[in-house]
Design a protein around this ligand. Structure first.
Ligand SMILES: [Fe+2]
Length: 307
């Protein structure tokens, strides 16, 4: 409740009274109360954006750069989602949808399937520009949304979102509750790992060079350069069997990254992922991170019940 008594925090990550209230009231989908952003919030956006521009030109894939231009983001002010959507929706049908916090896994997938991207509206404190465990509006709008302007990438996300329905449908046919949970846990781990090593941290070939298309890289000043240039990072052509069995940790730069050839390639991989799910090949992936939360499991079980 500390934030509620501190309106000066505006929409700063973990200290926003508006968000705390929405969470207390159980509101997941919210509006963006733009007037609550403080000058310090806008200043954080300005500094984050300004230092990324050079790095994007050097390390981001061309689809992202085109997307940044197409969205006409103001480098000096936190974006209004309605302005972002005015440019985004005509291109691919995607829109950014404001949320109050973590979206349970099935709902997140379902949003993607419906061309909606759950978007955090808070922004990190200017004192912690470099590291933030939770997403903020810079990560979501400057890291993810430019990719959603690309039709091939957008179609890939939709196809990935649809995988959740396949999972719910498959486990709905399992009568035993414990087995249902065991299999769902494994499938969700596989899906989360796929998302992590592609959508969040993926690299793509660009002629003889490598460029980033993963949003975790594209929104990180330090890691974007590290991912492409550092000799300590292992970079391999993507292999589905490896990705779905590879654990990851979120609190340091990624030591292992996977490369796709193109978004058509990524689209095919998602198709393969779904096929493997149907064949039971995601039912026993290796244990380890990421953990599957009770809320994530519940969201899938409820969806299975509707099948
Ligand atoms: Fe993300």
């Amino acid at each position: 409740m500390t934030g509620v008594s501190n309106p000066a925090a505006g929409l700063t990550t973990t200290r926003a009274p508006f968000i705390e209230l929405a969470q207390q009231q159980g509101q997941l989908y919210i509006h963006q109360p733009y007037e609550l952003y403080t000058e310090a919030n806008h200043e954080a956006w300005r500094r984050l954006f300004a230092r990324m521009e050079d790095r994007w030109r050097r390390y981001a894939n061309p689809h992202f750069l085109k997307g940044i231009d197409n969205l006409c983001l103001d480098p000096a002010r936190v974006p209004r989602l309605e302005d972002v959507n005015r440019f985004l929706s005509p291109l691919t049908g995607f829109s950014a949808k404001a949320v109050s916090g973590y979206v349970p896994a099935f709902l997140f997938f379902d949003c993607l399937r419906n061309r909606e991207f759950p978007t955090t509206i808070t922004i990190r404190d200017a004192a912690t520009l470099d590291y933030l465990p939770e997403p903020d509006i810079f990560h979501d709008i400057a890291g993810h949304v430019p990719m959603h302007t690309d039709p091939a990438f957008a179609n890939t996300l939709v196809r990935f979102g649809a995988c959740a329905h396949t999972a719910a449908e498959l486990v709905a046919a399992i009568p035993d509750e414990a087995e249902r949970i065991r299999r769902l846990t494994s499938i969700q781990k596989a899906l989360a790992r796929f998302f992590w090593f592609t959508i969040e941290f993926g690299l793509m070939r660009d002629g003889s060079q490598l460029k980033a298309y993963g949003s975790g890289l594209l929104s990180s000043y330090g890691e974007l350069q590290h991912a492409i240039d550092s000799p300590v990072v292992q970079r391999y052509p993507v292999q589905l069997e490896w990705v779905i069995n590879q654990y990851f940790e979120i609190d340091h730069y990624q030591p292992l990254l996977f490369i796709v050839d193109s978004f058509d390639h990524l689209f095919e991989l998602v198709g393969e992922l779904e096929e493997w799910m149907r064949q039971g090949r995601l039912d026993n992936v290796s244990p380890g991170e990421p953990a599957v939360s009770a809320g994530d499991l519940r969201s899938f079980l409820e969806a299975a019940d509707r099948h």
